[in-house]
Ligand binder design. Sequence first.
Ligand SMILES: CC1(C)c2ccccc2-c2ccc(C[C@@H](CC(=O)O)C(=O)C(=O)O)cc21
Ligand SMILES: [Zn+2]
Length: 331
Amino acid sequence: MAVFASGSYDPDSITKYSSITEQIPRRSIQDPETYQLIKDSKPVVITDTNLVTSASKWDLEYLNKNLGDGLFYVYTSNDNRFKYFDNKRAEKCKSFVTPSERHHVTFLQFLQMLKRCARTKEKVYLQQTLNDSVGTNIVTDFLQFNWDWVNKCQAAYGWGSLSSNLLLIGLEGNITPVHYDEQENFFAQISGHKRCLLFSPDQFDCLYPHPVAHPCDRQSQVNIANPDYKKFPRFRNAHATEAIVGPGDVLYIPMYWWHQIESLSSRIPPVTISVNFWYRGTPLPDVIQYPLSPQQRVSVMRNVEKMLAAALGDAEKVGELLRTMVEGRYT
Ligand SMILES: CC1(C)c2ccccc2-c2ccc(C[C@@H](CC(=O)O)C(=O)C(=O)O)cc21
Ligand SMILES: [Zn+2]
């Protein structure tokens, strides 16, 4: 068994996907091109932001001591995929099988779950909004994030307010399957390595998202590790860009960009720790410019699905109505 130096990852453990074509650029905060890419809503890994340097001491022991005795959301999955689903909708959707389970536990219970995973091959993922329930040392570390840099970016691009910082503690092999978020995201890696696959928003037709009213809204139906080309033929045309982020790297995931994020095996430590910075997007311009951007097209399609589900009073009837409207007429 190969033993890896602390903080490295095993390149052979990386699944080869057919849809990878290029690498996401890595740039310094000193490089003007960094800001051109963000302005153009293109992904970029910024290598020297010091955004979360104050958190580089975060390991399981420090977090256990300082995160406080609040409860944390921990997801368990019997395969290694952690597909997001909306709890409330899942309850209403009888036929829906939840792809992962959500637990509300103390950090100590999370550590016990981690130990059990070493034996049972089950996977866990702690996801917790960093809020004022954490211990004072964590608050101190949080206040020492490079807010000056990130606030300047927020202002420069006209983003909305910071909506939340999620603390993520995952296990090697965890996969967050392809989805998009409706927020700008500075994704900061603290410990271990994560492989990020991004698909541009104009590939909506290759990624077959669930219906907007479905519990897995915003998530792709395609499992890119084992695509069902009969159900999703256009996925053959999908092309991803990739970045492997390590401690200190910040990946800019532009709003509406599809992303799949995998925790890489790094033996020491066995966990990956990340913090994301989600910002509400730039308010839509009052004068719409044509042609619509891919992001605006996705937003329009979402509004049409929502409006039709409301107008019909039943989200299950939207497909039939759209087919009647389009087939033989808008083809
Ligand atoms: C999978 C998980 C734990 C989850 C379960 C249930 C509801 C929500 C979420 C959720 C939301 C964000 C992330 C972080 C990241 C992916 C990654 O780092 O794995 C990502 O996608 C982003 O920062 O936008 C991870 C999760
Ligand atoms: Zn996401």
